[in-house]
Design a protein around this ligand. Structure first.
Ligand code: PGA
Length: 234
């Protein structure tokens, strides 16, 4: 468009992002939208399976997810750490132990995300790799609800560290020191390889690359990564 040619960043940016990104995506969009007031962002927050459907139908410009699919003609770029941690209620006996062997998780009930969630997929894969049985006490479609269920003593959970903001109530939760955890993963920005990038999509990609590369999932402010890393905050 003429606006693009003049270098005025204008237009609609469509992003689909998995459920767990709700802890940082809206906050990232704050400074982006301030910098580019002409860009109108539509953010769709859904689980991994629904995101893959949107990707297959070419419904958005960019997709944000933790477990990119195999066998699709896509470009995917990691832009932020996305570790998975084991959560327990603060008064759980394992909460005081160090270097808990993975096998100990086999005798604990778990509160898990719904099928179709990337978190659930990774959880099942990891238990399978360790040949440890996964006992599912309850399935819940929301990270928030899972944290509350864990705090309430219903079981343990494996969730992205991105879900742990410093909210009131989180004093009831502990991250367990299980061997093999945190599981190191990343958040990826994904797009269809054949789809030409619009100027606004390119602008957002550049924004992610230049501002967010080393960002800690626990501190989703823009541009503070280097100092946080130096201070060992993750
Ligand atoms: P989910 O995805 O919100 O669908 O569980 C998170 C992830 O893939 O890390």
């Amino acid at each position: 468009t003429i606006a693009d040619m003049k270098g005025v960043k204008q237009g609609r940016l469509r992003i689909a992002a998995v459920t767990t990104t709700k802890y940082f995506m809206p906050r990232l969009l704050g400074p982006f939208c301030k910098q580019y007031p002409g860009i109108d962002v539509a953010l769709e927050v859904i689980n991994r399976n629904r995101l893959l459907e949107r990707l297959a139908r070419n419904q958005d410009d960019l997709y944000i997810m933790g477990v990119p699919p195999e066998g699709l003609d896509i470009e995917c770029e990691p832009f932020m750490e996305n570790p998975l941690v084991v959560l327990a209620p603060a008064d759980h006996p394992l909460a005081r132990r160090k270097r808990i062997p993975f096998a100990a998780l086999g005798s604990e009930p778990f509160i898990v995300r719904e099928r179709g969630s990337g978190t659930r997929l990774t959880l099942e894969r990891v238990f399978q790799e360790h040949s440890v049985p996964l006992t599912i006490r309850m399935e819940l479609g929301s990270n928030e609800a899972i944290k509350q269920a864990v705090a309430g003593g219903l079981g343990l959970a494996v969730l992205s560290q991105s879900t742990l903001s410093l909210e009131p109530g989180e004093k009831d939760l502990r991250i367990l020191d299980v061997v093999g955890f945190p599981i190191r993963r990343h958040w990826y920005v994904v797009r269809l390889r054949d789809k030409p990038l619009s100027v606004v999509a390119q602008t957002f990609l550049d924004f992610l690359r230049s501002h967010v590369t080393l960002l800690s999932p626990r501190a989703p402010q823009v541009g503070r990564a280097a100092s946080r890393r130096r201070h060992g905050e993750w």
